[in-house]
Design a protein around this ligand. Structure first.
Ligand SMILES: [Zn+2]
Length: 399
């Protein structure tokens, strides 16, 4: 897309018509938000600087103030950009990339926070190539597609289109089934990216899955026993639109497991209903990948019964023994009526249902290294469970 064209079109059509692609320019550079994952709600040019506003998609909303915009220099030099948050405060340390693939943190001495984080000034060195500034690294629909195609081919899996998002994007599940018939159909459900800015959750989920779908004897043994359904990208519209939290109907998908009012959660519900309706079919585990301010697993209370029993205790203890230098917490939570994946799955199946949260700033290499260990320990722990288990914790006829 030619950014100058966007700019002149917006100028001709007045800014109000350009809500999807705010852009502005001065003598030094052009600024735009005309790409997948972008968010810049308003943009004003001064002679040597820009003022931009970062707004959420709707309110009220959790404070995950996502932003992403492109700078196209007209000449080398230093550019000042003042970001203002209307409804939150600065959370994500700004990163920049020339190719939207390799990212580096902008030095903290080039980032000044004012007014308790509601106003942030960036000082950016420009050469002659365009670059993107974003809250976190971009991981967009095309990257998911490519990653999925690769792993499906490599591991001999299949995908299923389980539904469509509000804007009509395909919701894809990766399916792995044991080669030979098993006495019981034991299922594992893994979901990701309900919340668009939660990149570190995605950075854990992908290597976690690569470990489960690897050509190792452990992974093969695991896949010969367990049925896996994986939905890595539950909220593609939110990702494309650079949303802070919601789908494009303004609904937090992780508060919709129960009402199931949205096409994205309805697609998941069909999977879950199929597992519940299957003969000799049991759900053994659900993991849902997210990000927050620290590495934490939200789990059931230790004294609450799950099937398999004590899965979470064994899994976490096994991983902790192998993980040096990776700090994480287990936070036990009561199963309530709040319509999260964790509450819904645990209530309905009695299976362990865990929110796998990574810190926004956790070292990316540690996220990857630890995810591999968590995947291996998950497989070991589930393989150690008795396949003949009846899901006794399952309450009768509960939706
Ligand atoms: Zn989340």
């Amino acid at each position: 897309m030619n950014t100058n064209l966007t700019v002149s079109l917006c100028a001709v059509l007045l800014m109000a018509t350009c809500s999807f692609a705010y852009a502005c320019e001065n003598e030094l550079a052009t600024l735009d938000a005309d790409f997948e994952g972008a968010r810049m709600s308003e943009c004003g040019a001064k002679k040597n600087s820009f003022n931009i506003r970062i707004d959420p998609e709707n309110k009220p909303i959790n404070p995950s103030p996502w932003y992403a915009f492109r700078v196209t220099p007209k000449q080398p030099g230093e550019l000042k950009i003042v970001m203002r948050y209307s409804d939150s405060k600065h959370r994500y340390r700004p990163k920049r990339s020339d190719n939207a693939t390799h990212w580096r943190l902008i030095d903290s001495d080039r980032v000044r926070e004012r007014r308790k984080g509601k106003k942030v000034t960036l000082l950016l060195k420009m050469e002659d190539t365009p670059f993107i500034v974003a809250a976190q690294e971009l991981l967009l629909t095309g990257a998911y597609q490519k990653w999925t195609d690769d792993i499906v081919e490599r591991a001999g899996l299949r995908t299923e289109t389980i539904g469509e998002s509000v804007e009509g994007r395909a919701l894809i599940a990766i399916i792995s089934e044991p080669e030979n018939e098993t006495e019981k159909k034991e299922h594992v459900l893994l979901v990701g990216r309900q919340h668009p800015p939660e990149l570190t959750g995605a950075f854990a989920m992908l290597p976690f899955l690569e470990t489960v779908f690897a050509d190792t004897s452990l992974a093969q043994e695991f896949r010969n026993r367990f049925h896996l359904t994986v939905v890595p990208l539950m909220n593609p519209d939110g990702v494309v639109n650079g949303n802070w939290r919601h789908n494009v109907n303004g609904v937090d998908l992780n508060r919709d497991w129960g009402p199931f009012t949205q096409p994205e959660t309805q697609a998941i519900k069909r999977i879950v209903d199929d597992i519940a309706a299957g003969e000799n079919s049991e759900l053994r585990l659900m993991l849902d990948f997210h990000s927050t301010n620290r590495n934490v697993f939200y789990t059931q209370f230790k004294n609450v019964e799950t099937v398999p029993a004590k899965f979470t205790d064994h899994w976490i203890a096994g991983a902790r023994e192998r993980l040096e230098g990776y700090e994480f917490e287990r936070a036990e939570r009561e199963t309530t009526e709040l319509a999260t994946s964790k509450n819904y799955i645990h209530r309905r199946f009695g299976a362990p249902a865990i929110t796998y949260e990574l810190g926004d700033q956790t070292d990316r290499r540690l996220i990857r290294a630890s995810a591999i260990i968590f995947a291996e320990e998950m497989m070991e722990t589930l393989l150690a469970s008795d396949p003949s288990l009846e899901d006794k914790a399952k309450p009768a006829a509960q939706e």
